[in-house]
Design a protein around this ligand. Structure first.
Ligand SMILES: *[C@@H]1O[C@H](CO)[C@@H](O)[C@H](O)[C@H]1NC(C)=O
Ligand SMILES: *[C@@H]1O[C@H](CO)[C@@H](O)[C@H](O)[C@H]1NC(C)=O
Ligand SMILES: *[C@@H]1O[C@H](CO)[C@@H](O)[C@H](O)[C@H]1NC(C)=O
Ligand SMILES: *[C@@H]1O[C@H](CO)[C@@H](O)[C@H](O)[C@H]1NC(C)=O
Ligand SMILES: *[C@@H]1O[C@H](CO)[C@@H](O)[C@H](O)[C@H]1NC(C)=O
Ligand SMILES: *[C@@H]1O[C@H](CO)[C@@H](O)[C@H](O)[C@H]1NC(C)=O
Ligand SMILES: *[C@@H]1O[C@H](CO)[C@@H](O)[C@H](O)[C@H]1NC(C)=O
Length: 768
């Protein structure tokens, strides 16, 4: 035991002694820096640990697989690498990283290369109110050069991607082509395409693209990495030639490159940015179960505006300056809102937004004539890194504050598939389904009812989320259409939420337990939410009935769940020494129900003050780990700002501790800040919990079908996301193994598939 303790102490020190951050990091140096993060497959990060410069390591997919992205700059004939870790025989130096700054949409590096500074801006747009733009799976890299010595210099810039952008298995054969119109577009894909299939969390179909606007001084080349890179380093120009020897990703590594000649007069005025765009496109994107067990192919929303992919790429690539302006404005709004809470809070929020948005895809279906049905919008979210489920209710739930903040309509479209599927009557249990399918991108439902059962958890989540959307948007259509499903789930909560049977909650890795205090909170809030919903729908009697039930449950719950000395809520009834994060109280605040008495909030605020570890308050007394999303939810219900800020600062301290090189993890040890097995999960959208609370209710959604109507405004806030296999596998095991097998097969309401979506949002918005 002592020996083990010493070992971990040693590795802890090692991590800190390595401290390699020699640049200015603003607001802090995170575990991994988002570079191109827009979908579960276009998710490219710069791993940090204790600090790695942009040109010290290769970028990685969120799974940890290398994603080759290399860059050189030549200044007066001298070559410097600025991106990736290429090894070639031609001579070059490494640029020196001066700074790294991230905002909600951008990661910006300044690299010093002899007498010039190169500013490298990675912009992964967040366009929550423009479905066309948000659904386009591309990201930008922009490169601008400034002389730092007062003189003029001759400058050329080079960058390339490898075929690692299309698959994790580098032995797979790929083919490629380069289009040379007004936009130069490299395209590369697996030779063997398998639609809707994944291996190690990477799509086994679709294509990767690398594009730039054609102009004089712009050259391209595809070919072996060593050859193409040396061509530029030796000659400052590429040959405008294509390699046609199709082969596996790692066989004489084919790369897809551009070079830009900035001329001889680069001076102290920043040069017009060289813009390259990078993307990963699949069509169809999602397979989705509709009535009668039929599977519907769904496409990314942007397709309704573009007849072919090259038009879309041209439009996106040319739109950089506007995209930068829009996203800089978005960043500023988020910063303003978040810094009003605290500086640490703003830093956490900025790191969480691309990660959450990058786990989602916005889709539409086709009409029988092949045209797109733009009123049939569904959003899908991947449960990244924990098991790859699609539209997991208890993953959407923690992420929900972000959606409510950036655009509640996205929240509606995320819930819509869950409602539609259960309304078809194909799902056999009477509580809410856990997810829409075991494996992204196949939303094929669970007609056998054998999804991971979280009866109280998911039923409560659906009720809470449905009401929250209606409150923020003023749009009650989902409540109206799915009233009977909502009521069905409420019956289940009335039966099982005051004295919850032994079951798992969303924190399934912690194991199952009976009489969970926090789960009971969720169920009771769910009942009260249905009381409010019934009121909205005009059923006063039902509303009264559920209100009375919820209130009486709260009174009984308080007795069951409070420790005998009245110092804290217990983890489970009767276990007086136990406690946990009662983060479900957040739903009481979010929905403005005032259901739980203030004395409960005050008691918990006082209690958490005394149980802080170095890296936060443990999730509960069964373990010493915690969750960042639930920590921030708990922060949001504290009755004083010191207690609130202690939670926030602990999350920030962990995110900045240099002990991980994975995209922001939401699960970690409170004693030493070490990461547990989750990374890159969209649940970090829960870090926006305080913003969703303070944002005003949005103006009512305009239900007119005017295509250009700016139907939804963003609430006070912003105008406008394998694990190497063992982790995935471990996640599966943990999730499945801990469950006892409770089932509640039941009767279901008659199928109701007459869904009418009445919103048409920014239909006419084009990417340009
Ligand atoms: C690449 O392979 C796919 C499928 O094998 C084929 O459809 C496509 O035309 C090929 N593309 C090129 C550029 O050879
Ligand atoms: C194509 O890929 C699928 C899925 O990975 C695999 O089952 C199949 O054997 C492959 N076919 C060929 C010809 O490589
Ligand atoms: C680049 O120059 C090096 C010598 O510095 C030479 O070995 C190599 O063959 C050249 N490669 C190309 C593609 O020009
Ligand atoms: C488009 O989708 C909506 C929502 O699913 C549906 O009500 C409508 O009938 C569809 N339109 C056509 C032409 O199929
Ligand atoms: C749950 O709590 C109730 C009320 O205190 C008690 O009657 C019941 O035995 C508890 N169930 C378990 C499994 O501990
Ligand atoms: C609610 O209605 C049910 C069924 O009509 C009834 O059994 C129950 O007593 C009512 N509960 C309350 C609190 O009014
Ligand atoms: C909704 O949009 C229609 C058409 O653009 C407009 O005439 C109407 O005034 C709008 N209603 C509201 C409440 O904004």
């Amino acid at each position: 035991m002592v020996f083990l303790g010493l070992l971990s102490l040693a590795s802890f020190f090692f991590a800190f002694c390595q401290a390699a951050v020699t640049w200015n990091a603003t607001p802090f140096n995170p575990s991994s820096i988002p570079l191109a993060v827009r979908t579960p497959y276009l998710s490219t990060w710069l791993p940090q640990g204790s600090g790695s410069a942009l040109n010290a390591v290769w970028a990685q997919h969120w799974t940890g697989q290398t994603v080759g992205w290399a860059g050189f700059i030549k200044v007066d004939g001298t070559a410097y690498s600025f991106l990736g870790d290429p090894r070639i025989s031609a001579p070059f130096q490494k640029a020196t990283q001066k700074s790294m700054q991230f905002t909600s949409t951008q990661s910006v590096f300044v690299m010093s290369a002899g007498p010039v500074d190169l500013t490298v801006t990675f912009l992964s747009p967040v366009e929550p109110t423009d479905l066309t733009k948000q659904s386009f799976p591309f990201s930008y890299m922009a490169l601008s050069v400034t002389a730092t010595d007062g003189n003029s210099h001759s400058v050329q810039i080079y960058s390339d991607i490898t075929a690692e952008w299309v698959a994790g298995d580098i032995t797979l054969p790929v083919n490629w082509s380069t289009a040379t119109g007004g936009t130069l577009v490299h395209q590369v894909q697996l030779q063997n395409q398998t639609v809707f299939a994944e291996a190690t969390d990477r799509a086994l179909y679709g294509s990767a693209f690398y594009a730039t606007t054609s102009a004089s001084g712009v050259t391209y080349q595809s070919g072996e990495d060593l050859v193409v890179r040396a061509q530029f380093v030796n000659n400052s120009v590429l040959l405008n030639t294509a390699d046609t020897g199709f082969r596996p990703i790692s066989e004489r590594w084919p790369v897809f490159a551009f070079a830009h000649d900035l001329g001889k007069a680069v001076n102290s005025t920043p040069s017009t940015p060289v813009v390259v765009s990078v993307g990963h496109v699949r069509d169809p994107a999602i397979s989705y179960i509709i009535a009668g067990g039929q599977l519907q192919d769904r496409s990314s929303y942007f397709w309704n505006q573009f007849s072919d992919i090259s038009d879309a790429i041209t439009s996106f690539t040319a739109d950089y300056a506007n995209a930068l302006a829009r996203n800089t404005k978005f960043d500023a709004q988020v910063q303003k809102d978040a810094v009003a809470i605290s500086v640490d809070y703003a830093a956490i929020v900025a790191l969480s937004i691309r990660q959450t948005m990058g786990a989602m895809e916005i889709t539409i279906s086709k009409n029988s004539d092949g045209s797109f049905n733009t009123t049939d919008v569904l959003v899908f979210m991947k449960e990244i890194s924990s098991d790859g489920n699609i539209n997991t209710v208890d993953v959407i739930f923690p992420a929900y504050p972000l959606l409510l903040y950036v655009n509640p309509l996205l929240a509606k479209y995320l819930l819509a598939g869950l409602f539609e599927y259960q309304a078809t009557g194909q799902y056999p249990n009477k509580y809410s389904v856990h997810d829409l399918g075991a494996s992204y991108p196949r939303a094929i439902g669970h007609n056998d009812g054998a999804d991971e059962p979280m009866p109280v958890e998911e039923s409560g989540n659906m009720l809470i989320m449905a009401l929250a959307y209606a409150q923020k948007s003023g749009d009650n259509s989902q409540l109206t259409t799915y009233a009977s499903l909502l009521d069905q789930w409420t019956q289940f909560l009335i039966a099982d939420s005051l004295i919850p049977e032994s079951q798992i909650s969303t924190d399934d890795f912690a194991g199952s337990l009976a009489n969970q205090t926090n789960l009971a909170i969720k169920g009771i809030v769910g009942i009260k939410a249905m009381a409010v919903i019934a009121g909205i729908l005009g059923d006063t009697e039902k509303s009264q009935n559920y209100s009375t039930t919820a209130a009486s449950y709260v009174t009984r719950w308080q007795t069951l769940a409070t420790s005998p000395d009245q110092s804290h809520l217990t983890l489970s009834y009767g276990d007086s020494a136990s406690w946990g994060l009662s983060y479900n109280l957040y739903a009481d605040k979010l929905l403005k129900l005032n259901l739980f008495p203030n004395v409960v909030y005050q008691m918990q605020t006082n209690w958490y003050r005394g149980v802080q570890q170095s890296f936060g308050v443990p999730l509960d007394t069964r373990h010493t780990y915690t969750k960042s999303d639930w920590s921030i939810w708990t922060a949001a219900v504290m009755t004083d700002t010191n207690a609130r800020d202690a939670f926030i600062s602990a999350v920030k301290k962990t995110a900045a501790n240099g002990l991980s090189s994975q995209p922001l993890g939401d699960w970690y040890e409170t004693k030493d800040g070490k990461p547990e097995g989750f990374r890159a999960r969209p649940v970090v959208g829960g870090h926006l919990a305080l913003l969703a609370l303070s944002s005003q209710t949005a103006s009512p959604v305009n239900s007119s079908s005017s295509p250009s109507a700016s139907a939804v405004d963003v609430p006070s806030g912003a105008r406008n996301i394998a694990v190497p296999l063992p982790f995935s596998w471990l996640g599966q095991l943990l999730r499945r193994g801990s469950w006892s097998g409770l089932r509640f097969p039941g009767v279901l309401e008659p199928p109701q598939r007459s869904v009418s979506r009445i919103f048409v949002l920014h239909n006419s918005a084009r990417i340009s």
